[in-house]
Design a protein around this ligand. Structure first.
Ligand code: ZN
Ligand code: ZN
Ligand code: ZN
Length: 643
């Protein structure tokens, strides 16, 4: 790869990110740095000294080999409000938890080591260098505080825009637009991008020079195309009505839901407010629980409250508890039931691994206490309890690891949809996709699969974990299917990836386990999991980035992956004896996907003695803080990296 001249004194080097060179005599400024391989090519264009590297945003592919630049004394600059994600990257990794994930910014695509900065730029700042003048503007969206560098050049204003927009009216991926778990997948990010486009266009840029993709010669045109796509996506994903505007307080919603509920429809069910527990009463002084967060305030009942209710009803036993899915607001209290009260846990087979091995995953709202499943149920299996007959399904809407339960209660057929649908507006059903939860797009997967199952079962009622019962008919279910069937093509249109799932699933290449708890001198095993969403055979090259003295049996290589398969590559790694006995290390791997270098994409956390603070670990009902408060604390903790 060689330097390509774009304009007088402006060059492009295609690394896993685009690295741009702005030249003045024998000196240069670089926009982003990637693998640092550009250093071997600068002499081709007569550059002897780099005065600065300007980073557009904190993502790891922009700055992964900045250590090489630091060794050579090259000064580094970055957005002021993302500075901590460079200078305090190691602190970030110690503070950003893998449990109860609700805030998704910053993401985990952060440097693995601290990068000292010589300079930071705030919004609207100017910078003069030789004959050049830069204007720096904040263009958030892809990350929370990305900037663009606008350069006055004889050909016009050149805008180095990072990952604000990819060429062709596309974006690099959709999942980076998901800011918080509750913002309805991407809406907030799209809003930020739209504002950023507006701000950017005020400066009349003649071309945009993005971090990924070809340079954009018609900025207004490409931005307009993208805006149209956002409109369609926003409409389809129904980002507008989760919380009624007249209910500003979370507890008001609970009370409102209470009032709405008609308790006479299902005398055998007890539930309240924002859920998620359904107590299903049997006819023999017994009951079962569907979900149990163990929170006594915002999310239904704690154990004492349930005990009191059951005593009043003359119920003597909880025969088992069955989770709809693994989220903290559905299973947080199950370890307590199991350990203190010996209540058996039933679960769909696809939930077993994530419940028993939470350190293997980095997905939304995990708990950190492994739950041993006592009875594993297969997809489609029927079983009976008391006078009830149940059929259980893999029901992957809000997350891949999710169950649906079909039964008859009080002479009405009911399908428990968990969080996979939020059917509060039944004529325009809302799904509840969260990119970080592994929600697949396509036929026979994700929400489309859920819709097909419902159309087959034709229930009288849906039971939503948080919203209670909704009466449905076949037309509503068909509308729902038509609606969710559009998702794949909408995202396909939007992301610059070979398959839309690669721009929707941030974990399509990831380590599993993703967190290791060990000590110096020990050897551990992990895997790299690759989800080949493509219809064709693909090749992947994986190169582990091991710190000095760390050893692995893994040999760098190129592998073929069958179409539409998920493959695991086992890796054994030895932690050196001399490693810090109180430390935490983050390891990455460089990935080449079908010949394209995508850089240090997956990361693995190894605690060789480091013990995270209590706030890093998951919420449990024993800690005396309710789950809602815990979630708020999580947000506040993350925000500190953008101050
Ligand atoms: Zn990026
Ligand atoms: Zn939930
Ligand atoms: Zn959920």
């Amino acid at each position: 790869m060689e330097l390509r001249q774009l304009f007088e004194n402006i060059f492009l080097f295609e690394d896993y990110v685009n690295v741009y060179v702005i030249k003045d005599g024998t000196k240069a400024i670089l926009i982003d740095f990637g693998s640092g391989k550009i250093l071997d090519h600068l002499s081709e264009v007569g550059v002897e000294k780099i005065d600065y590297i300007f980073h557009t945003h904190y993502h790891r592919d922009q700055c992964f080999e900045d250590n090489i630049a630091l060794e050579r004394g090259i000064k580094i600059a970055a957005p002021r409000r993302e500075r901590k994600l460079f200078t305090e990257a190691e602190e970030f990794w110690k503070k950003k938890s893998y449990y109860d994930i609700y805030s998704l910014k910053p993401t985990y695509f952060v440097s693995t080591y601290n990068i000292p900065l010589d300079r930071t730029f705030k919004d609207k700042e100017s910078f003069e260098w030789g004959p050049y003048k830069f204007k720096i503007i904040e263009t958030r969206g892809h990350t929370a505080r990305s900037v663009s560098y606008l350069l006055e050049h004889e050909t016009g204003v050149l805008a180095f825009t990072g990952d604000l927009i990819h060429s062709g009216g596309k974006i690099v991926n959709y999942y980076d637009l998901e800011y918080s778990y509750t913002d309805d997948g991407g809406d907030m990010g799209m809003g930020f991008l739209l504002n950023s486009f507006e701000e950017l266009l005020k400066y009349n840029p003649t071309v945009l020079l993005p971090s990924h993709g070809e340079i954009i010669e018609e900025p207004i045109n490409d931005i307009e195309i993208l805006k149209e796509k956002f409109k369609r996506v926003r409409k389809a994903f129904r980002h507008d009505k989760i919380i009624h505007s007249d209910m500003s307080n979370a507890m008001d919603i609970v009370e409102q839901l209470e009032k709405n509920e008609d308790k006479s429809i299902f005398p055998h069910i007890i539930r309240k407010g924002f859920g998620t527990t359904f107590i299903l009463l049997g006819n023999n002084q017994n009951c079962i629980l569907i979900d149990f967060p163990g929170d006594g305030k915002f999310f239904s009942y704690n154990y004492e409250q349930i005990s009191a209710i059951l005593k009043e009803k003359g119920v003597k036993s909880i025969d088992f508890v069955i989770p709809t899915h693994y989220h903290d607001d559905h299973i947080g209290g199950i370890p307590l039931l199991q350990q203190e009260y010996n209540i058996p846990v039933y679960a769909l087979e696809n939930l077993v691994d994530v419940m028993e091995n939470p350190t293997h995953y980095r997905i939304g709202c995990l708990i950190d206490t492994p739950i041993k499943v006592d009875r594993v149920l297969k997809d489609g299996e029927t079983f009976t309890w008391d006078d009830y007959k149940f059929q259980i399904f893999h029901f992957p809407g809000q997350t891949e690891y999710h169950m649906g339960l079909f039964t008859e209660i009080d002479e009405k057929s009911v399908f428990f949809v968990g969080d996979s649908m939020q059917p509060y507006l039944l004529n325009v059903p809302e799904t509840n996709n969260n990119c970080i939860n592994f929600c697949q797009l396509g036929d026979n997967v994700g929400s489309v699969k859920c819709a097909d199952i419902l159309l087959k079962c034709k229930p009288d009622y849906l039971a939503s974990s948080h919203m209670g019962f909704f009466k449905v008919n076949e037309q509503m279910l068909q509308n729902y299917k038509d609606h969710v069937s559009k998702y794949k093509s909408l995202i396909e249109d939007l992301v610059a990836q070979d398959d839309p799932n690669m721009g929707f699933d941030p974990n399509w290449i990831s380590f599993k386990p993703i967190r290791i708890i060990s000590k110096p001198g020990n050897t551990f095993e992990t895997n790299i999991v690759i989800r080949n969403y493509l219809d064709k055979e693909s090749t992947v090259e994986i190169e582990l980035n091991l710190p000095e003295k760390w050893e692995s049996d893994y040999k760098q290589g190129s592998f073929n992956l069958e179409p539409k398969t998920f493959t695991e590559f086992p890796i054994t790694i030895k932690i050196p004896e001399t490693e810090d006995p109180n430390g935490r290390t983050i390891i990455t791997a460089n990935i080449k996907w079908n010949g394209n270098d995508i850089g240090p994409f997956p990361d693995l956390m190894i605690d060789h003695g480091f013990v995270p603070s209590d706030s890093w670990t998951a919420w449990t009902p024993n800690k005396g803080v309710d789950l809602l408060q815990w979630i708020i604390n999580y947000y506040m903790r993350d925000l500190q990296f953008f101050v």
